[in-house]
Design a protein around this ligand. Structure first.
Ligand code: NAD
Ligand code: TDX
Length: 368
């Protein structure tokens, strides 16, 4: 069975994947490599840290010799590469970090993998490099266009998606030229526990609870295909266990919704929850529902994101046929689980947002 290096394992999808993997693969070890940017939170792994099979390394994927050393010393045969700068709006404000981490960082990781896994005579040890990418590399769909699939032409529109597209091409090139055994998954918008509250769903949940405006970009009619994070973890697991080196797999949730529908759905769900729960009304006095007012009144249409892609949708037919992938979470249940998680985990999001984890880290971890 594989022993994994999970890059970006202290981020949203990484935390969920580490938990998913350790639960289902009793004989495997997992090493998390994460540089703990604003989006990384080592404490999110606390619940699984006692498991002797998990090790956390505070370090950067751009440190090629560190990665090579980890792969050799820990005898790791699989990389699941999640580490990235992941927020589109930040890539518009400042693209440099996206090129450094997503492009240069991925290349650094590929070099380390090759150095550790390829012998002097050119032969390879057993290995797999799995690259986690996004549907955004395919650009934007019109309302009636067929969904993205593995053969869709790349047409990235933001500095974020362009940096992810570049990383996909580097991964492909290392397979084609050097024989590195790679698989890539391109997935749609994830949601679920531990997502940093800058992304649409957690941002809206927390703004609702605190009675802050709900900023909807443009007319709110942009469409995303929402994927519950556990279904994404299943897709990654299947690609690792059954995927063919050199292949890419599109992973989606079969849940296309407009942004305004998502926001209204969260308003309605939390309206019912807060009105019907005295404890929530006491915890969140600034939420309009705590004063008997409508949460929807917080919806505020704001200037659109520059270059805002209209629609993403995934055709996961290949993953379904070749890997047996089927998303299991339906939209309503996934949303309910997510809202429940944020209501039950205030210590997590309040610390993430006020940066107190970061202060703690600076005094407790040496950077590599
Ligand atoms: P995230 O921003 O929540 O987490 C990223 C993690 O990477 C953080 O823990 C951060 O500290 C770490 N990191 C950043 N730079 C690093 C570096 N140089 N070295 C080591 N670690 C570093 O991101 P996420 O939402 O968990 O996304 C994970 C991956 O999945 C990304 O590659 C992203 O492009 C891709 N993806 C995400 C979504 C989504 O909806 N969230 C959808 C499709 C694809
Ligand atoms: O405040 C907001 N208001 C708003 O209307 C925010 C933060 C977002 N939006 C819109 C923009 C998008 O149409 O909601 C949609 C979702 O936005 P994000 O959560 O920022 O996600 P998106 O830009 O679609 O990208 C996400 O999915 C693909 C992830 O952040 C990427 O990492 C992933 O590759």
């Amino acid at each position: 069975m594989p022993d994994l290096l999970v890059t970006g394992g202290a981020g949203f999808i990484g935390i969920n994947l580490v938990r998913w993997w350790l639960d289902r693969h009793q004989d495997d070890r997992v090493v998390v490599l994460d540089s703990l940017t604003y989006a990384g939170n080592r404490h999110s792994l606390d619940a699984v840290m006692d498991d002797g099979r998990l090790e956390f390394v505070h370090g950067d994927i751009r440190n090629t010799s560190l990665v090579e050393e980890l792969l050799r010393d820990r005898d790791l045969d699989t990389i699941v590469h999640l580490a990235a700068e992941s927020h589109v709006d930040r890539s518009i404000e400042g693209p440099d970090e996206f090129i450094d981490t997503n492009v240069v960082g991925t290349h650094s990781l590929l070099k380390a993998a090759r150095a550790a896994w390829q012998d002097q005579d050119g032969s390879w040890r057993r290995h797999r490099f799995h690259h986690v990418s996004t549907d955004e590399v395919y650009g934007s769909l019109g309302s009636d266009d067929p969904a993205f699939h593995e053969g869709t032409r790349y047409a990235p529109n933001s500095p974020y998606s362009a940096s992810k597209a570049a990383s996909d091409h580097l991964v492909r090139a290392y397979h084609h030229t050097f024989g590195l055994e790679v698989t890539t998954t391109n997935c749609s918008n994830n949601y679920g526990p531990y997502q940093f509250p800058e992304k649409l769903i957690p941002l809206m949940i927390l703004n609702i609870l605190h009675g802050k405006p709900l900023p909807v970009y443009g007319d709110g009619m942009n469409i995303r295909d929402w994927l519950f994070v556990d279904d994404h973890c299943l897709g990654i697991e299947l690609a690792l266990l059954k995927g063919i080196p050199g292949e890419t797999y599109c992973i989606g949730g079969n849940n296309e919704r407009t942004n305004i529908d998502i926001v209204r759905m969260l308003c309605s769900m939390l309206q019912d929850r807060v009105v019907g729960d005295e404890t929530l009304r006491a915890r969140f006095p600034e939420c309009p529902a705590s004063r008997g007012e409508s949460i929807e009144g917080l919806i505020t249409f704001v200037t659109d994101r520059p270059g805002h892609d209209l629609r993403y949708a995934i055709d996961a037919g290949k993953a379904s046929n070749d890997l047996g992938y089927e998303p299991s979470e339906n939209f309503e249940s996934g949303f309910r689980k997510t809202v429940d998680w944020y209501l039950s985990n205030e210590p997590w999001w309040s610390k993430v947002m006020d940066g107190s984890y970061r202060d703690w880290l600076e005094t407790n971890y040496e950077s590599r």
